[in-house]
Design a protein around this ligand. Structure first.
Ligand code: GLU
Length: 468
């Protein structure tokens, strides 16, 4: 049996769009599922539009998502000589020909076709013309001889059987007059040389597939199997665009999504396995196959993404989350980002991560740990600090001052004893206390919160509310 080899072939001309990231994920999982290899090819032949920065964004995005190629990435631009070689071979075999049309002639040809109600295609002018007619020394492009009759059929792994009449395809250029390969040609030569068995990509490439198939057939090469994935649409059903919000992998990272959550979500978008919603990478590899991918466009569901992210947040390692939150806190005004804050964040992380859907929310909820007295108070906290609440805080501070060691169990015991003694409900004591030390009305358990702050800071914050 041949080894399954897939590839992700992005053009480094901009962002890593989540539609492309999803294609990368599917290729990766498909190869892993079948014990094959996943490769990366950077399609940088368009020198004008390709940038190093975009290459870096692709590497960083894939690395962040844990989608790593099994071999060194291939840069398409380094393979031009090979692309030329194949074009010349087709020329030699009489399966391609030299076309001497000038840009003006081509323009005229298109205009004439349109005038006659025909699609603006190349009319095969130099296909049958005697090469002796060629203007001496004039530049020429190499065009492939497209079949003129019959139809081409692709048995697509997602779309099913797709047919195109061959008259729809014209003699496309494979090598330009400056000796550079066209996109369609380079893709085929590279996929063949990289021994790619399955091409999984967005269905916006479906028409390219018929053009590319001509080159495979002319060279007598086996065609890979194709699987064209439906695109991702916005919640309203329109193609995902800026107005729907985030589109690139970096944007989702900045919005506080964990890579495993984003991957989990992108996988579930248009692919399912029963009711299973949360799948580890190992489970994804075990269960994924291309036949589970639906044909209908998928719709982004941001609430679902938030839900999946919340689940992954709760399972994530506390040190890792604290490191991330510390980075994000650097951009928050009034917060000191130092070892003290880090220790507090880490200490409270088990409670914090239960209450956030994204790392952005987690950061907002953790910010009070790095603030200084007087703390900014939100309206709900202000409301809790009634004269009665303040009076209680004054008495409570004396009890808290002697809790030793200042750990969650002892703090809890002290609060309960205090409430009991004064015949208060625990909430009547805990809520003004929470307001005083966090500046808000919600936080993880009050015992864990005070413990994370430590006794001195807790008393300083209560003191600032009472005497500030
Ligand atoms: N470079 C193409 C793109 O970024 C993908 C080509 C392919 O997957 O065959 O859209």
């Amino acid at each position: 049996m041949t080894t399954i080899r897939t590839r992700f072939a992005p053009s480094p001309t901009g962002l890593l769009h989540i539609g492309n990231a999803r294609a990368a994920l599917f290729n990766f999982l498909f190869a892993r599922h079948h014990g094959g290899q996943f490769l990366l090819r950077i399609e940088d032949t368009d020198r004008e539009r390709s940038t190093q920065q975009a290459v870096d964004v692709i590497f960083a995005g894939l690395g962040w998502m844990g989608i790593t190629p099994d071999e060194e990435p291939v840069f398409q631009s380094t393979r031009e000589a090979r692309h030329r070689e194949v074009a010349l071979e087709l020329l030699e075999k009489g399966l391609a020909y030299k076309c001497y049309c000038t840009p003006e002639e081509l323009k005229q040809m298109r205009e004439d076709a349109t005038k006659n109600g025909l699609p603006p295609r190349y009319n095969g002018l130099w296909r049958d013309r005697d090469p002796a007619d060629a203007p001496q020394g004039a530049p020429y492009a190499i065009r492939i001889k497209a079949p003129r009759e019959g139809e081409a059929i692709i048995d697509d792994l997602v779309q099913g059987e797709v047919r195109v009449a061959n008259v729809e395809l014209d003699d496309m250029i494979i090598l330009r007059s400056d000796g550079t390969p066209t996109y369609q040609h380079a893709v085929v030569v590279d996929d063949h040389d990289m021994a790619i068995t399955h091409v999984i990509r967005g269905d916006d490439h479906l028409t390219n597939t018929f053009r590319q198939a001509m080159i495979y057939r002319a060279m007598g090469w086996d065609l890979p199997r194709f699987g064209h994935l439906p695109l991702i649409h916005g919640p309203d059903g329109a193609k995902l665009s800026k107005r729907h919000g985030a589109q690139s992998v970096v944007e989702f990272r900045d919005m506080g999504y964990l890579p495993e959550a984003l991957c989990n979500y992108l996988l579930r978008l248009g692919w399912g396995h029963g009711d299973a919603e949360i799948l580890s990478r190992e489970e994804q590899i075990k269960l994924f196959d291309i036949d589970g991918v639906g044909r209908a466009p998928s719709r982004m569901d941001y609430a679902k993404l938030d839900h999946i992210n919340a689940v992954w947040l709760r399972q994530a390692d506390d040190v890792r989350l604290s490191d991330d939150v510390m980075e994000r806190l650097k951009k928050v005004d009034g917060v000191t980002v130092d070892e003290t804050t880090r220790a507090r964040v880490l200490s409270l992380m088990p409670g914090l991560k239960e209450r956030a859907r994204t790392l952005v929310e987690l950061t907002e909820n953790a910010a009070f740990l790095g603030r200084h007295v007087p703390l900014p108070m939100n309206a709900k906290a202000e409301k809790l600090l009634t004269p009665e609440g303040r009076a209680l805080l004054g008495e409570l501070a004396r009890d808290l001052a002697v809790v030793d060691p200042f750990n969650p169990e002892n703090i809890d015991a002290a609060l309960r004893a205090f409430a009991e003694r004064g015949e208060h409900k625990l909430g009547q004591v805990a809520q003004p206390l929470r307001a005083a030390v966090t500046g808000s009305n919600s936080s993880p358990g009050i015992d864990a919160t005070l413990h994370a702050l430590g006794r001195d800071e807790t008393l300083a914050r209560i003191g600032a509310v009472l005497h500030g």
